[in-house]
Design a protein around this ligand. Structure first.
Ligand SMILES: Cc1ncc(COP(=O)(O)O)c(C=O)c1O
Length: 369
């Protein structure tokens, strides 16, 4: 017994989330390629809407985000009442966990699943069951094998971060079909807009007729609004109603709502953002493979590079840092031999390629095929 306040059981067992590093000593403006942000920035329309919203920042936001609700519903062909808005999709995961998990419950996700699902699960005294991903991909079989009578939520990200893998509609349907109806299936589509693979499709259609599927999207990636924190979930009405009881009423801000609405209407910026990734993801992949390093196939706006071992990855990371480039070590995901690199602008990608080329030449240990 101490006199200091004690956090609830489980809280101090949570490893603090470590965000993408943004500074390198001695380098004034490093290239930050560590958080899968949109390196083109926000579009002109979103910026203008954000600036115009300054006039109204003394007013509390509309708690239902009605304007954004209507815009998202229209853009994606969804029913407005079935949307949950959050301070980033991270908050949507936290709200779902808070709504559905009690002590002793569990969530299931892939071994390399996005860490945000886990943190709030643990905060609700639930545990996390991880399905093995020997091929860097969460399969329906492996996820289902982890589901037990205390499982309340299964999280799948497609495309997945940090691996870049994705699930086909057949896999998602098989997973959903085998899940008990009282288990929520959350399909995180944060990187949906970057997918080129013909055998991927959004799960909005599957979710429409289900009572236990939530599909999440974010404004942080293709729309370039990571700093404004807006995401949403498309959920069954009953889920929306339950979540709305605990959602803080003003969780999405006035400028956030305005900028997100404008971003949805800025098709040119969405196309430019997508094309940047579509043209550079394969070039970056090929160039890095050419230096002898493994690069996993990616459906997102990033690539995962696999080095010989953790020390080799750390040396590559240090070298990139000396060139003013910040990428993401992913030891926290159990992948200490890998670095995740956001696909950036042409100049940024060329800088990454040059730096890794130097590293491979100096190190001489890139795994040549
Ligand atoms: C798989 C995945 N889901 C969700 C998010 C979070 O998005 P938001 O910025 O909307 O919280 C990220 C961000 O990196 C992500 O990688």
């Amino acid at each position: 017994m101490t006199d200091a306040p004690n956090p609830k059981p489980g809280i101090l067992d949570i490893a603090p989330y470590v965000g993408g590093k943004s500074k390198i000593d001695g380098i004034a403006e490093p290239m930050k390629l560590s958080s899968n942000e949109n390196m083109l920035g926000a579009g002109e329309k979103a910026r203008a809407a954000y600036e115009a919203a300054v006039r109204n920042i003394h007013i509390y936001p509309d708690g239902r985000a009605t304007k954004l609700r209507a815009a998202v519903a229209e853009h994606h062909g969804l029913e407005p009442d079935r949307l949950i808005f959050g301070n980033g999709s991270d908050e949507v995961f936290a709200l779902l966990n808070q709504t559905y998990l009690t002590a002793g419950d569990n969530i299931v996700s892939g071994q390399y699943g996005f860490l945000a699902y886990r943190i709030s699960a643990l905060a609700n005294q639930a545990s996390v069951r991880s399905a093995p991903e020997p091929d860097y991909k969460a399969t329906p079989e492996a996820l289902l094998a982890e589901v037990d009578e205390r499982t309340r939520i299964v999280y799948v990200s497609s495309p997945s971060n940090p691996t870049g893998s994705y699930n086909t509609p057949e896999e998602i349907r098989a997973l959903h079909a085998a899940l008990p109806g009282d288990v929520l299936l959350v399909i995180d589509e944060a990187y949906a807009e970057y997918v080129t693979e013909p055998d991927w499709e959004t799960s909005f259609g599957l979710a429409r007729d289900s009572e236990n599927i939530v599909v999440t999207r974010t404004f942080s990636k293709i729309h370039g609004l990571g700093g404004l924190r807006i995401g949403f979930g498309y959920a069954p009405l009953k889920v929306c109603e339950a979540v709305d009881r605990i959602r803080l009423p003003f969780n999405v801000s006035v400028p956030g709502i305005e900028a997100a609405v404008a971003a949805l209407g800025d098709e040119a910026h969405q196309i430019a953002s997508r094309e940047l990734i579509h043209s550079w993801r394969p070039r970056l992949t090929q160039a890095i493979r050419g230096f002898g390093f493994d690069v996993l196939p990616s459906a997102g706006n990033f690539v995962l590079v696999r080095f010989r071992d953790p020390a080799h990855a750390a040396a590559a990371n240090d070298h990139l840092n000396t060139r003013g480039i910040i990428v993401r070590p992913v030891g926290g995901y159990g992948l200490p031999e890998c670095l995740r690199i956001t696909v950036g602008t042409e100049d940024q990608n060329r800088a990454v390629i040059d730096a890794l080329s130097e590293f491979a030449a100096a190190d001489g240990t890139g795994r040549k095929a």
